[in-house]
Design a protein around this ligand. Sequence first.
Ligand SMILES: Cc1ncc(COP(=O)(O)O)c(C=O)c1O
Length: 409
Amino acid sequence: MAVEKGLKSMTDKQFDERVDRTGTNSVKWDYRDEIFGRSDVLPMWVADSDWPTSGQVIDAIVERAKHGVFGYTKPGEETDELVVNWWKKRYGWEVDPSWIVYTNGVVPALSMVIESFVRPGEGVVLQPPVYYPFFTSVERGGSQILSNELKMENGRYRMDHDNLRELCNDSDGSIPASPPPTMMVLCNPHNPVGRVWTKKELERLADICLEKDVMMVSDDIHSEFIYEGHNYTPIASLSEEVAKHSITLTSPSKAFNTAGLPASVAIIPDETIRSRFKVAQNKVLKNPSVFGLEALMAAYRDGEKWLNAQIAYLQENMEFSYGFAKEKIPLVNPVKPEGTILLWLDFRPLGLEKEELEDLMVNKARVGLDFGHWFGPGGEGFVRLNFACPRSTLEEGLERISRAVKSKT
Ligand SMILES: Cc1ncc(COP(=O)(O)O)c(C=O)c1O
């Protein structure tokens, strides 16, 4: 991503600065004891960033706060226009304003989608290892998880289209082992393995889903974090037919580090699906809050320059952490991220049990990470490290891991 000369050094300074987040009720920093059993771990787990959001977003929130009246709020035409322009400008996808439904969080929206379109007992395809709230969202609605586990080939993950086809097949006369799926939940780019799915991979997936009448729900919250050499394709942009069988869930909250101000977007091109979703939404889901909405609008209106600078910094953090892990952490294999802010590290060559790996990271390295088994089948023996932090923090965390692993080998 090209960053204007001069802007880079200025913004690097911003991202290099260590901000003390303790005492702010930060899940990542203030709940270390609860999650890891000790509060002296360097937290590199929750997927938020350790730097302030863009100045434009902060200014918009401060201005709105000064108004002082914070009654019920609802996004209108101006917000629609900002969302439409963002997608068109950044990804060339023409979103019709009528397709947009605002929600207060991607995870709540996903739960609502599953509840609205999948009956208890029906199947939902997930592709583990995957962001763990997907499992709870499916289980909450009483539907059944159908696992289409990702396959690793030469250090890179791929989707298993053949297995997906098999999961969908219920017409060979035999009694199916599991119910055929009603829905498939995609994560693009994929948390935790960092794949940015190619157009070709998505087309193959969409062909199967269309043929078997499986609704495609895509969580694209990490879509702003794409590294050099990779292109993000919203699955709904493949064709009109795919769009009509899809729901895209996204939010600027990852890219602009505003997860504490939930405000998200569901893009639902099919009118019938959209009306059903809206009926369900009116019962439970709320519109974004006053400040969530301000943040979303400011990000999409004024945030692109800051975002591009942040991506340039993240590109370097990604390369630094990948290179460090490859060279300096014995036996551990990093999976090179194509997108997201997450490095997926394969600790399996160390041959540790789950508890031993946790002990090594928490009590020896003193680093707080997401453990692979949280992400379902295929995640055992891995850890996930969030590299959206100042380079010095990243280096410190990696050094700690390296030292702990060396003491073991
Ligand atoms: C893939 C994915 N989806 C959704 C979320 C959370 O979204 P929200 O905070 O809008 O519920 C995350 C946060 O890490 C995520 O990684």
